[in-house]
Design a protein around this ligand. Structure first.
Ligand code: GRF
Length: 209
């Protein structure tokens, strides 16, 4: 039997998406091992969630390092020691440098609360509301060097209602994320989504963004 994939989750805040992954693993719906939670804010709620789920945690304070590359190098060593083969960014609020992006190119995914390529970056839900779009959604994509810009793996759409606020819309978006992200991880782990093929195709077509 194939060994389950070893994944690491990166998050900065509440970590409800981390929770959804951990719950799916615990319920036997997702056959992966969460080897590590990486968090740049030691006080974040996601740290408690990981401890409760029995997942090892690496927290760090970016300010205590001379550069972004320095803390990423430390993280990379941890990922390599634990033989992590898929990195999942789930509300990790930092731009990555080539240290991690290159090492995990094609093996790192991110979830973003908009229908990319619309509204990348911070406050995507607010951006969608301010723009006045009538449909928005969520995207899971492969991470490249850009801002929420890598090859798209899966999306779900939802309608924006006239009375929606950032809060009400986020409340409908979150449960969709909690379903889609574990599902995409499951498809990667089972080979239904072939990340290697997708990243090679992108390179061949010269689309590498
Ligand atoms: C999610 O909306 C995700 O799409 C975005 O950050 C948010 C994280 O929420 N990247 P949580 O910390 O998982 O609750």
């Amino acid at each position: 039997m194939m060994e389950p994939k070893r994944i690491a989750v990166f998050a900065s805040g509440s970590g409800s998406n981390f929770q959804a992954i951990a719950d799916a693993v615990r319920a036997g719906r997702l056959d992966v091992r969460i080897e590590l939670l990486v968090c740049d804010r030691p006080q974040a709620k996601v740290v408690e969630r990981a401890q409760e789920a029995g997942v090892p945690v690496h927290t760090f304070r970016p300010k205590e390092y001379p550069s972004r590359e320095a803390y990423e190098q430390e993280i990379l060593e941890l990922l390599q020691n634990k033989q992590v083969d898929l990195v999942v960014l789930a509300g990790y609020m930092r731009i990555l440098t080539p240290v991690l992006v290159n090492a995990y190119w094609g093996r790192m995914i991110n979830i973003h609360p908009s229908l990319l390529p619309s509204f990348p970056g911070l406050h995507a839900v607010r951006q969608a509301l301010e723009h006045g779009v009538k449909v928005t959604g969520i995207t899971v994509h492969i991470v490249d060097g850009g801002l929420d810009s890598g090859p798209i793996l899966a999306q779900r759409a939802l309608e924006i209602l006239p009375e929606d606020t950032e809060e009400s819309l986020s409340e409908r978006i979150h449960p969709m994320e909690h379903e889609l992200l574990p599902e995409v991880i499951r498809q990667i782990a089972s080979g239904q989504i072939d990340l290697e093929r997708i990243t090679n195709l992108k390179l061949k077509d010269g689309i590498k963004s």
